[in-house]
Design a binder for this molecule. Structure first.
Ligand code: AMP
Ligand code: FE
Ligand code: FE
Ligand code: ZN
Length: 285
């Protein structure tokens, strides 16, 4: 295994919509031969303590989060994901926004269940909450309930347009992405735009907007990601070069909610070094 294949900067645990708890995740990461793992649950830092406590010697843990953002510079606005790393988790203005987003996710999840029930599907909100098990609620937890009810075969089917991909997809109350970059920065962290060219997830933002984000303090772009085609990965790398941004790669591991493996996509050591050199909120562990 080359050193290049050992830095994975985007993973999820049971603190959001992953299926592996934070302690098992760091153990799996070490067993998979990773040198660096970032824990980036959706809109929460709740998994940080468990991951830190269970971190095996030899694995570096980067504490982070994937923040649900939106770009309001076009109509209708475009949702997007911003990875924040190594920020102070007690910085009030940021934690207030994360709290607000998680609350909005809960309201939105319940509304999705209401719509499903109104159409005659016997899904319960309690079942969804059970699958979320106290973590940030997301559509994968509703997908689990649909699977248990025998309505779909697997998560992939649950995300088809006739289900959670479109028909029962409701918008969340996200955070303006420029505000998010600023708040993470104020908290001493750095930001990377997650899967910026993933057209399979919906509309993407123009390169000119990414240039504006770079000017506003963005540090990196996630280039190598399962939701990017090879041409999209190449385009993101080129754009990162042009804008002086760090290009990263990561698995976006979600346990059994997705088929991607830990460490399937990785970040080059030089890119990783640039990223962490720019942060001073909390240290790598
Ligand atoms: P939400 O955050 O509630 O909008 O749900 C989005 C989450 O669903 C993403 O973070 C992924 O974890 C997951 N997801 C999105 N599309 C798919 C898909 N096609 N198959 C499996 N999981 C998906
Ligand atoms: Fe997710
Ligand atoms: Fe994402
Ligand atoms: Zn993710």
């Amino acid at each position: 295994m080359t050193v290049d294949s050992r830095i994975d900067l985007h993973t999820h645990s049971t603190a959001s919509d992953g299926t592996v708890d934070p302690a098992d995740l760091v153990r799996q990461a070490a067993a998979a031969g990773l040198a660096v793992l970032a824990l980036t649950d959706h809109d929460t830092t709740a998994g940080w303590a468990l991951a830190a406590a269970a971190r095996p010697v030899g694995l570096t843990l980067i504490r982070g989060a994937e923040i649900s953002c939106r770009w309001y510079g076009t109509e209708p606005s475009i949702p997007l994901h911003l990875l924040g790393y190594l920020f102070d988790p007690t910085y009030g203005p940021l934690t207030a926004e994360l709290d607000r987003i998680r609350a909005a996710r809960t309201v939105r999840g319940e509304r999705i269940v209401d719509r499903l029930r109104a159409d005659g599907y016997d899904i319960s909100w309690d079942a969804v909450l059970g699958h979320a098990a106290g973590g940030t609620v997301g559509r994968p937890h509703i997908a689990q309930a649909l699977i248990r009810a025998g309505l779909v075969a697997d998560t992939d089917e649950a995300f088809r347009p006739e289900w959670l991909g479109q028909r029962y997809r409701l918008p969340k109350d996200d955070l303006d992405v420029f505000t998010a970059v600023r708040l993470v920065h104020e908290a001493g962290g750095v930001t990377v735009f997650a899967h910026p060219s993933a057209t399979k997830r919906g509309r993407t933002v123009p390169d000119s907007m990414i240039a504006d984000l770079a000017a506003a303090g963005l540090t990196g772009l996630e280039a190598d990601h399962a939701d990017h085609r090879p041409d999209q990965r190449a385009h993101v790398r080129r754009l990162a070069d042009e804008l002086g941004l760090v290009a990263t790669g990561s698995s976006d591991y979600h346990g059994s909610h997705k088929t991607v493996r830990l460490g399937e996509y990785t970040t080059a050591p030089a890119a990783y070094e640039r990223l962490i050199a720019a942060a001073h909120g909390v240290p790598p562990l």
